[in-house]
Write a protein that binds this ligand. Structure first.
Ligand code: GLA
Length: 395
């Protein structure tokens, strides 16, 4: 984990002033994939990799943003923000500033030093981490209290409307609301959530296939449109449904002829995945890790065959992991087409798991994987702030 005092020192060296430092984490999803934008359930946890933002106000309405990861500085004017065809890293912080201003927050100009430790393009939500860390920092610097749910929604709006990725709410929400040692059971329609303690004898292990999920963005938007199309067609016979969340498996089977094969499979994934999230939450509630395995395995199979967002490397990683000693369950996590798997592993077996999976995956694919043994961590927070600047925070 990055030391916030080091971020502060680097800010001072670059901008020659004092600063406050804020942090927001990436996430891993235990189960509930591609359900969030279908009004369904997800079960993510914040992880120990964060994006860090050191910030100090300016007297004008400019944001001067330096990224350590890209070693670049960009200047944006708060008075000239508008969604464009982006794809530069600065569009993420700029998009958040835009969404906050659109919502009526009048922001102060600021100098920002940003450094991210969430691996990029690995499906661990480095983008939600930079969005939320920037949003938190801008609000606090402009002396607004932080409403975590509102911040998550505005960061999602920035992604959807400024950056052009039609993501759901899961990543931003857990980056805001994560709790150390817990996963979050989130109802993505009502935004009600419960924190569920993770069994202490169970480790979250993230295996990075080292395949970047570049294909992901366009395929992601396609999947979303397919789900919307399925709801439109099913809505002709099931009036009142708003999302696949509202459809049962037997209704889907009954009206199968209204859907193409592809739309049927997409819908079946979402409907059965919602059910698996609830069962996983029940099992965790009873502190019973062994029953998680079949649920995670079935989730992976459904993502591979029905939703078709896996890839050869993800399948290989899951297959290797599933036969190691001490593994409760394994599956791909995040949007898919590369990125990472999540593995629930008995703590005593974690190091051996890391060693064996690393060797077997490298032998099978020729790629050397990164394997992280993680703790579920706290959501966004002020890491270093001058005493008079502590922002008030509401849930
Ligand atoms: C990405 C999106 C999330 C969610 C997942 C798939 O991470 O940002 O909103 O849809 O994919 O579950």
């Amino acid at each position: 984990m990055i030391d916030p005092r080091a971020v502060l020192a680097k800010f001072r060296a670059r901008f020659d002033s004092a600063a406050a430092v804020y942090r927001a984490p990436g996430r891993v999803n235990l189960i509930g994939e591609h359900t969030d934008y279908n009004g369904g359930f997800v079960l993510p946890a914040a992880i120990g990799f964060s994006c860090w933002v050191a910030i100090a106000p300016r007297d004008d309405r400019k944001l001067v943003v330096y990224s350590e990861n890209f070693d670049e500085t960009h200047e944006v004017s708060l008075d000239a923000l508008s969604p464009r065809t982006p794809k530069r890293w600065v569009d993420y912080p700029a998009g958040v500033a835009w969404a906050l201003e659109q919502a009526g927050f009048r922001l102060r100009g600021a100098n920002l030093y940003i450094v991210g430790e969430v691996p990029l393009g690995a499906g661990l939500s480095s983008s939600a981490a930079i969005d939320v860390a920037t949003g938190y920092a801008l609000l606090a610097t402009s002396r607004y209290p932080i409403d975590r749910t509102r911040l998550a929604l505005l960061c999602q709006r920035a992604e959807n409307e400024f950056v052009g990725a039609r993501t759901g709410i899961m990543d931003q929400f857990v980056s805001c609301h994560g709790r150390a040692g817990h996963a979050l059971l989130l109802d993505c329609r009502s935004l009600d959530f419960r924190v569920l303690p993770l069994p202490p004898e169970m480790k979250l292990i993230i295996c990075n296939t080292m395949v970047r999920h570049e294909l992901g963005a366009s395929e992601y938007n396609t999947r979303r449109s397919e789900c919307e199309e399925a709801v439109r067609r099913l809505g002709e016979v099931l009036p009142g449904i708003r999302a696949l969340r509202d459809v049962t498996l037997s209704q889907l089977q009954q009206h199968r002829q209204r859907l193409s094969d592809v739309l049927f499979k997409r819908s079946r994934h979402v409907i059965t995945e919602n059910d698996r999230v609830c069962k996983t939450a029940d099992a965790l509630g009873q502190g019973y890790a062994p029953s998680l395995g079949p649920l995670l395995a079935e989730s992976h199979r459904s993502l591979r065959e029905d939703y078709q967002v896996s890839c050869g490397e993800l399948d290989t990683m899951v297959e290797i992991a599933s036969r190691q000693p001490g593994v409760y369950g394994a599956r791909m996590t995040g949007g898919g087409f590369g990125g990472c798997t999540i593995n629930l592993v008995r703590a005593a077996d974690a190091l051996e798991f890391q060693r064996r999976v690393s060797a077997e995956y490298a032998a099978a694919t020729g790629r050397k994987p990164d394997i992280y043994i993680c703790e579920a961590s706290e959501g966004a927070e002020a890491a270093v702030v001058p005493a008079q600047d502590v922002p008030s925070v509401s849930l």
